[in-house]
Design a binder for this molecule. Structure first.
Ligand code: PLP
Length: 403
């Protein structure tokens, strides 16, 4: 008989590659929007695993889908198709502009596929000269070398040797800069329809409309990275539906699997036709377990009551954060949409987002930051009202320790 070795946080520093700096506690059990660590201490979850656990932890419908599929078949490879993948793809095309779906395992992989597809589409239709990718300063698209290069934070892409070329970065919401840079050499524009990692920054209506118009004018594809904004996060099933601008390729991941790894790109039949047999692929993409869980998640997320509930919960967060601001004079602005909320610290609190996060952890609240000056909240889309109230009370008490 083997005895499970007792593990502690200290072991991380011994055996893990040091590219993360995890909190001091280790959660071992979750239910709904609450988590418990090894010591049995309880936390309210305002992070949702970075906008992933959209149904909270251990949602019965997700557990049921996972365990039922686990007792049928786990993996087949793309030499065969499988029922959960087909059902999920059908659902995603029914719910969006898209006619075709490609499955990957993460946001970065979905974006990698989107970028390769755009490059192939442009090369096939217009020749190899049409290769410029335009993206935005402070944008985030994942950590593969292509996606990190298209992302707008050079500290994530520098230091790895020569980068994929022909990528241009323009300030988000800067219409004039975009007009000046776009040309018939532009292959695609890749953007988040609300910048997440970059600090919770919404696009102006005029900006997204202009991006769409310029893409049409120059035969460039518009890629929306909805890895963070998608799957109900902003109160629409996908954020593009609330902006009134439709992309040519949409990437999704994070909440799509409600905590199980899956990513996908959605696109049209015409564009998809350029991914002919053998042009792109993935061993695990479309895995039956992942697709079964995602199907269960999408069934719940896409219900009008769920989406309306996101907007109602946003109002509760905004009211609660306003109260905290009244008490501590701490925020310069609360921004974002739905349950992708950023509270920007004012000058007095400059650079202290991580201090708040650590204090919140001690007070029994899990939350996130987006850079040194923005507190970020991306809870479950169905977080109970009393957990929002309790979590905000804990945030209040955490901030009190820092005054
Ligand atoms: C998280 C994120 C990614 C990367 O997703 P991974 O699953 O970590 O690869 C890409 N784009 C956006 C907008 C994200 O928020």
């Amino acid at each position: 008989m083997t005895v499970e070795q007792k593990v502690e946080r200290g072991l991380f520093d011994e055996v893990m590659v040091p590219c993360y700096s995890p909190m001091e506690f280790i959660p071992v059990k979750g239910e709904g929007s609450r988590l418990w660590d090894q010591e049995g201490k309880e936390y309210i979850d305002f992070a949702g695993g970075i906008a992933v656990s959209c149904l909270g932890h251990c949602h019965p419908a997700a557990v049921k889908a996972l365990t039922e599929q686990a007792n049928k078949v786990w993996h087949l490879s793309n030499v065969m198709t499988n029922e959960p993948a087909l059902r999920l793809a059908k659902k995603l095309t029914d719910l969006t502009f898209a006619e075709k779906v490609f499955f990957a395992n993460s946001g970065a992989e979905a974006n990698e596929a989107a970028l390769k597809l755009a490059r192939r589409y442009a090369a096939d239709n217009f020749g190899p000269e049409k290769s410029e990718i335009i993206a935005f300063v402070q944008g985030f698209h994942g950590r593969t070398f292509f996606t990190v290069t298209v992302g707008g934070q050079s500290n994530y892409s520098d230091g790895f040797g020569p980068k994929p070329s022909d990528v241009t970065h323009i300030p988000y919401n800067d219409i004039e800069a975009l007009k000046a840079h776009m040309s018939d050499k532009t292959c695609a524009v890749m953007m988040e329809p609300l910048q997440g990692e970059g600090g919770i920054v919404s696009p102006t209506d005029e900006f997204v409309q202009t991006v769409r118009e310029l893409c049409d004018k120059h035969n460039a594809l518009l890629i929306f990275d909805e890895v963070q904004t998608g799957n109900g996060r902003t109160g629409d099933f996908y954020a593009y539906q609330g902006l009134g601008v439709t992309p040519d390729i949409l990437s999704t991941a994070k909440s799509l699997g409600a905590g199980f790894p899956i990513g996908a790109i959605l696109t049209t039949t015409d564009i998809a036709s350029h991914f002919k047999v053998g042009v792109h692929g993935s061993t695990y993409g479309g895995n039956p377990l992942a697709c079964a869980v995602a199907e269960a998640a999408v069934n719940i997320i896409s219900q009008p009551e769920t989406l309306a509930g996101v907007k109602a919960r946003e109002a509760l967060f905004r009211a609660g954060l306003e109260k905290i601001h009244q008490k501590y004079d701490i925020f310069s602005e609360v921004r974002g949409k739905g349950l992708l909320i950023g509270a920007a610290l004012n000058e007095k609190w400059e650079g202290r987002a991580r201090d708040v996060l650590v204090a919140a952890g001690k007070a029994g609240l899990m939350m996130l930051v987006a850079g040194p000056n923005v507190l970020r909240f991306t809870p479950s889309l169905i977080i109970p009202e009393q957990d929002i109230a309790e979590g905000l009370a804990r945030l209040d008490s955490a901030i009190a320790t820092l005054v």
